[in-house]
Design a protein around this ligand. Structure first.
Ligand SMILES: [Zn+2]
Length: 431
């Protein structure tokens, strides 16, 4: 085994910090206006872009369109010029993501379904100040000084310099109101190599996170029975009101209110899940030096199982159930969190090829017919082996074994690792 160390010295880190804004009703109304203006600029751009011959699609021409739009539609002027430029940048990034296969093509942003957001691209415009143990003040263009909850030490005042500073922010509105997401850059010393053991992780069906050492990280229900009942109640009410709505009639205030109540309960569940994900990934990154995960392509896994007319899919209902649970656990975000947390602590996150990890026996490394007895149980049908145990733990052990036998894809983050399978060496058994 050979490990190639990166360059010594401090590493630049970029991260975000989200804080709740305490806005007066007037200030919230101003932000609302800015949010709608930002959305309109996006739609203008998209309209113009899709109409234009390909050769004329340039940044300069898009910039001209924004200037023209701001001059002609005076209510767009409520949005600061820099925020309008940020929409332009965002729009082009959306196309870049599409061309490079990370996302589907940008679309129009609808008034009701779009999450409102406004960018503040310049960190120095924010003039962040701590005014109390729990409160900070931030300058928001065209709104003024706004109070926000201070829950984390931000690099401001004497603690800010060219290596530690806030580089910008984004204002986002969710079901709980307006938040500010700061973009922060810091220079931190390169962490020492994490001495912890290796571990394989599987995003299980019956266990949220199964670890190859036999432990697991679990969670309760995201919503209490009472909250679930309330959600169902509101969903039924919304469906009823929607059914009574005449064709072409706009959403009533009552229906909108019910939609908001539904959104708030769903956001509560999401916030609890995010919190659990942070706690689980921090604990794993603290304990283990090398973390091995499956390189799952969530988009492929969750794509509709219905197939096409010519090639109808099989087990459509089961796959739909799996899709829901995979999305529910949000494996992609778990890996994302693990990647930076593991790297911060001097560890390595490695991805191994996923196909067949749930079918392969982690003891004798063979695939036998019918070994996966159920979602939870795995029994090896190899007469010489006969290993049995939890199917999710089995998959986690196989994931680790694939790394140890040299099947690692590129390290997902952290130090670069070169591993070669040496012939004649017995593969180590998973912990
Ligand atoms: Zn076996």
């Amino acid at each position: 085994m050979r490990r190639r160390e990166g360059q010594p010295g401090p590493v630049k880190r970029q991260f975000g910090h989200r804080a709740r804004l305490a806005l007066t009703a007037d200030q919230a109304a101003v932000l609302e206006g800015q949010g709608h203006a930002a959305r309109t600029i996006w739609n203008l751009l998209h309209d113009w872009w899709t109409m234009l011959p390909k050769a004329q699609r340039t940044l300069a021409a898009a910039d001209a369109i924004i200037r023209q739009g701001r001059a002609e539609l005076d209510w767009l002027g409520v949005l600061p010029a820099q925020a309008a430029q940020a929409v332009l940048k965002c729009y082009f990034q959306a196309w870049k993501n599409c061309w490079e296969g990370r996302a589907s093509a940008p679309e129009f942003k609808s008034r009701l379904r779009t999450k409102m957001s406004i960018d503040i691209p310049q960190g120095r415009d924010l003039r962040v100040q701590r005014v109390h143990r729990r409160w900070g003040m931030v300058n928001i263009p065209k709104v003024g000084r706004v109070k926000f909850r201070w829950t984390k030490g931000l690099p401001v005042g004497k603690r800010a310099d060219k290596d530690h500073r806030i580089t910008g922010a984004r204002l986002v509105k969710d079901a709980f109101g307006w938040h500010i997401a700061f973009r922060i850059t810091t220079l931190t010393p390169k962490p020492a190599v994490h001495p912890g053991p290796e571990v394989g992780i599987d995003a299980g069906i019956t266990i949220p996170l199964a670890l190859s050492d036999g432990t697991s990280v679990e969670h309760g229900q995201w919503l209490s029975k009472k909250e679930e009942a309330r959600l169902l109640h509101y969903e039924r009410r919304a469906a009823r009101r929607k059914a009574h709505r005449k064709k072409g009639e706009s959403t009533s205030h009552r229906l909108q209110h019910t939609y908001d109540q539904i959104a708030r309960i769903r956001a509560t569940a999401k916030r609890r899940r995010d919190d659990w994900q942070h706690q689980a990934t921090t604990a794993i990154a603290n304990t283990y030096g090398t973390v091995v995960v499956e390189a799952l392509r969530i988009t492929n896994m969750t794509r509709s199982a219905k197939g096409t007319l010519k090639q109808p899919g099989q087990h459509v209902a089961q796959k739909a159930g799996l899709n829901r649970s995979v999305l529910g656990e949000a494996w992609g975000r778990t890996v994302e969190l693990l990647a930076y947390k593991v790297a911060d602590r001097g560890g390595t996150l490695v991805e191994v090829p996923a196909p067949g990890t749930s079918l392969e026996c982690s003891q004798c490394h063979t695939v036998t017919e019918g070994s996966r007895r159920s979602q939870a149980q795995f029994v090896c049908n190899n007469p010489a082996c006969g290993w049995d145990g939890n199917a999710d733990h089995n998959a986690a052990r196989t994931v680790l074994n694939r790394y140890r036998t040299g099947h690692a894809l590129v390290p997902a983050a952290g130090r670069a690792v070169v591993r070669r399978a040496t012939s004649g060496v017995k593969p180590t058994t998973a912990r």
